[in-house]
Design a binder for this molecule. Structure first.
Ligand SMILES: Nc1ncnc2c1ncn2[C@@H]1O[C@H](COP(=O)(O)OP(=O)(O)O)[C@@H](O)[C@H]1O
Ligand SMILES: [Mg+2]
Length: 232
């Protein structure tokens, strides 16, 4: 991890993090379904592509065609980047051996080969689900995240929040391993008021960062984080 920053491409959030993610660090976006994890991750890659960087998106959930449809819907034309500087890899999360090999062996090789500076794994929680015991999951994930940190790239992983605890990921593991943790969640003032989306930077190694809870909106074309506003 160097001291240099890499803008995520989400203005308000970059401000909350003192200018962006630390280069060569691992960031976890934790939230329940629909909180925008995939959208944030795509915007992170979009920023990279616009800066001429090479990017890899590992998808364990969405099929490539659906993902491309969603990207197109956002008014973002990736045809010029596809398989040149943007590589989308769909992994079947039900095939443990295949997913395991591809994530642990092939991904690091591909990152080096194309000199990728931004990598997304969405959602990493589906990969974590594949391990049979908590002990192997922990050991394997520590090794994997350490390995990613040694590569010359910045990694964003998404993780499903625990069904009963929106502050924790399903396996309560990635928040310890990642350098940066951003929590995305739904908030309501009372049961009868509208639901809002709000985020906080819960952890950021080696950085002064905001600890405030800030509202954000998923719009047609982009995510907006209102770092100057309050949730209610
Ligand atoms: N075109 C759009 N305009 C506004 N909101 C959208 C649009 N597309 C998706 N959304 C919102 O984004 C949410 C999905 O975000 P997504 O990134 O897929 O979440 P997650 O990956 O956390 O499940 C949807 O539930 C919807 O509320
Ligand atoms: Mg998603």
């Amino acid at each position: 991890m160097s001291g240099e920053r890499l803008r995520m491409g989400i203005a308000g959030l970059d401000d909350m993090m003192g200018g962006g993610l630390l280069k060569q660090s691992v960031c976890a976006l934790i939230g329940t379904y629909g909180t925008g994890k995939t959208t944030f991750a795509l915007q992170f890659l979009r920023e990279g592509l616009e800066r001429g960087e090479n990017c890899i998106y590992i998808s364990l959930e969405e099929r490539e065609d659906r993902l491309l449809e969603y990207i197109a819907q956002k008014g973002w034309d990736v045809t010029q980047f596809l398989n040149k500087s943007l590589f989308i890899i769909r992994l079947d999360p039900t095939d443990f051996n295949l997913a395991n090999n591809r994530i642990k062996d092939e991904l690091p090789r591909l990152i080096r080969e194309i000199n990728a500076s931004r990598v997304v794994i969405d959602p990493l929680s589906l990969f974590e689900d594949l391990f049979e015991t908590d002990v192997t999951r922990r050991q394997e994930m520590i090794r994997f995240i350490e390995g990613m940190r040694d590569l010359d790239c910045t990694v964003v992983v998404t993780s499903e929040a625990d069904r009963n605890n929106p502050f924790s990921s399903r396996h309560a593991l990635i928040e310890y391993l990642a350098d940066t943790v951003i929590l995305l969640r739904y908030v309501r003032a009372t049961d009868l008021t509208d639901v809002h989306l709000a985020l906080e930077v819960v952890k950021m190694r080696r950085s002064a960062h905001s600890r405030e809870i800030k509202p954000y909106e998923i719009q047609q074309e982009q995510v907006l984080v209102y770092s100057e506003a309050n949730v209610f």
